[in-house]
Write a protein that binds this ligand. Structure first.
Ligand code: C2E
Ligand code: MG
Ligand code: MG
Ligand code: MG
Length: 273
């Protein structure tokens, strides 16, 4: 009796693993054709200057308009795109599409908003990244100084020297560099010190902890990171602001810019017409 129940459980378990693998390989083959089928979209989330409350830029965020499943967030396919190296071609499309879009933006004060683009570890390690960047800049005519490339700390981990070289080349073109999800990796201060970055994007987990009972040291961490970044001549963007209390606290702690649902959700078109 017990043995039989155990065997049933194993079979159910096997079945689930099998289903999951089937789903995964179906998704991977769909991902292979998605670029040619023009199923990728970009949404844009505005970045706010906390001193003036004005929108000063926007971050491009990748979406996949899956023919059966509808609009998918990166969490549903980015891992697969990375493992299969498809992210290199998808990423080249992101650079081109985002820069083409941003070329048409102008702020309400006539100022020129900036564009942030996420670049993953695989892209950064790929020899064609600089070619893709140059092609996108040339095709769009966008001023490189209006473009910021966002990298995460996990990216740099494999090979700090190689990352340093690529980022130096990116920066030599006049683009800016942001360290995304800052504070979630193991050696945040090493990256901050060694990599040529202009901006620190404070991970949204810090913002979420600000007003939580477990977050009693969080204001010190945010204030400290902000002071450190400023002392190094860098700006700080806080991610994931959902309430006015969080915003007020971040202003008090000296953060320069902010993104979050409180201000704007990501949307299909840039915030600048
Ligand atoms: P990220 O670069 O840290 O982007 C911020 C994420 O937080 C976005 O999720 C955004 O929609 C979400 N977010 C913004 N405001 C709030 C808020 O107030 N509360 C909460 N809970 N979330 C907020 P999304 O669009 O799902 O993107 C997830 C991650 O996927 C990005 O994190 C980035 O690492 C990656 N990604 C997105 N687009 C691209 C891309 O074009 N290329 C590459 N390589 N990675 C991308
Ligand atoms: Mg980002
Ligand atoms: Mg982030
Ligand atoms: Mg993130």
């Amino acid at each position: 009796e017990a043995k039989r129940a155990g065997r049933d459980r194993v079979e159910v378990f096997d079945h689930r693993i099998h289903q999951r693998q089937k789903h995964r390989s179906a998704r991977e083959s769909a991902l292979r054709t998605a670029l040619g089928a023009e199923e990728f979209r970009l949404h844009y989330q505005p970045v706010i200057d906390l001193r003036s409350d004005r929108v000063v830029g926007a971050e491009a965020l990748l979406r996949w308009d899956h023919p059966q499943e509808g609009l998918l967030l990166p969490a549903a396919f980015l891992g697969l795109a990375e493992e299969s190296n498809l992210i290199v071609d998808i990423g080249a499309w992101v650079l081109r599409a985002a820069m083409a879009e941003a070329a048409g933006w102008s702020g309400d004060d006539g100022g020129r908003p900036w564009l942030s683009i996420n670049v993953s570890g695989r892209q950064l390690a790929h020899p064609d990244l600089l070619l893709h960047l140059d092609a996108a800049l040339l095709a769009s005519g966008l001023d490189p100084a209006r473009v910021e490339i966002e990298i995460t700390e996990t990216v740099a981990l494999h090979d700090l020297d190689a990352t340093q070289r690529v980022l130096t080349a990116v920066r030599a073109r006049g683009l800016h560099i942001a360290l995304d999800d800052f504070g979630t990796g193991y050696s945040s201060l090493t990256w901050l010190q060694r990599l040529p970055v202009d901006t620190v994007k404070l991970d949204r987990s810090f913002v979420a902890d600000l007003l939580s009972p477990g977050g009693r040291h969080t204001p010190s961490i945010i204030g400290g990171v902000t002071a450190l970044a400023h002392a190094m001549g860098k700006h700080v963007i806080a991610e994931g602001i959902e309430s006015t209390q969080q915003r007020d606290h971040l202003v008090e702690l000296g953060c320069d810019y902010a993104q979050g649902y409180l201000f704007h959700h990501p949307a299909p078109h840039g915030p600048f017409g």
